[in-house]
Design a protein around this ligand. Structure first.
Ligand code: SAM
Length: 262
């Protein structure tokens, strides 16, 4: 699958995706992944940051609210348009533009840090994005990003439940299969039947890499890995939001922070 086809898929997803996430259907993001990401984020107040694959900008806004001076880029113009509308409604000083993470329209060393929330695994040439992020972040700056967990969301994944619906285990396979643009179709699992009638499922091109491939790409881009986190719902969250209870058995996402050496 070509980069252009991937961009077209995301552009086609962008309107419904924005409506659904703003209506609260991305429970993994809002209840688990973003809080874990922010808990791991170093202090960013007063720092300049770039959010790569910002989507409609919810997570870019979260970082801006911590005092960072943010720019956000996304390959899908419709996401950028929705992000700008949110910026107009609640000005946080964020500048958004349509751009490809593999070809960032910024000079070298211009940012103190970069983030990417659940976007790098959606990009065919992840090594190139990691090199581009390294180029635009200053020495001593960092990149923090989250991805679908390579070990627990590989080519094949099936949640195995007890009779009462409780997650018992997660069956995975095809870990070493190089998935390059397989299009998965899904809605957020809590989406109502009415909404499913109205909006076609998202079409998400997948680019699975093994954990060792990710580590190799990160290190070859010049980053030094600093920290990993694997978000896990606590008992109270799993009770309140049963959809994320499977993360008490195995994680669904991996957060990585890496630093550009001084
Ligand atoms: C799963 S969404 C995550 C959006 C947002 N970061 C969030 O957490 O809500 C993945 C995002 O990556 C973007 N994306 C995909 N390929 C890209 C590329 N080559 N350059 C920049 N953004 C890209 C998509 O348009 C989409 O907004």
């Amino acid at each position: 699958m070509q980069d252009r086809d991937v961009a077209e898929c995301w552009e086609a997803n962008a309107d419904a995706w924005t409506r659904h996430v703003r209506a609260g259907f991305d429970i993994y993001r809002d209840a688990l992944n973003t809080p874990a990401f922010l808990a791991m984020l170093p202090r960013v107040s007063g720092l300049s940051g770039l959010d790569i694959g910002c989507g409609e900008g919810a997570n870019t806004r979260q970082i801006a609210r911590l005092g960072a001076i943010m720019q956000g880029i996304d390959v899908a113009p419709t996401f950028v348009r929705h992000a700008r509308t949110a910026e107009a409604a609640e000005p946080l000083g964020i500048v958004y533009q349509t751009a490809d993470g593999t070809n960032l329209p910024f000079e070298e060393n211009g940012f103190d840090f970069a983030t990417a929330f659940m976007s790098l695994m959606d990009i065919p040439d992840q090594a190139k994005v990691l090199r581009e992020a390294h180029r635009v972040v200053r020495r001593g700056g960092f990149l923090q990003f989250s991805i679908l967990h390579p070990c627990f969301v590989p080519a094949y994944r099936k949640v195995l439940r007890d009779g009462d619906g409780k997650t018992r285990a997660v069956e995975v396979g095809g870990y070493f299969d190089r998935i390059d643009g397989r299009v998965d179709t899904w809605w957020f699992s809590t989406l109502s039947a009415d909404a499913r009638e109205k909006d076609a499922p998202f079409r998400i091109p997948r680019f699975h890499r093994t954990l060792s491939e990710w580590v190799k790409m990160i290190c070859e881009a010049g980053w030094v890995i600093e920290q990993f986190a694997e978000p896990c719902a606590d008992a109270e969250l799993a009770e309140r939001e049963p959809v994320v209870a499977d993360t008490r058995v195995v994680p669904i996402s991996l957060i990585i922070r890496a630093r550009k050496p001084t």
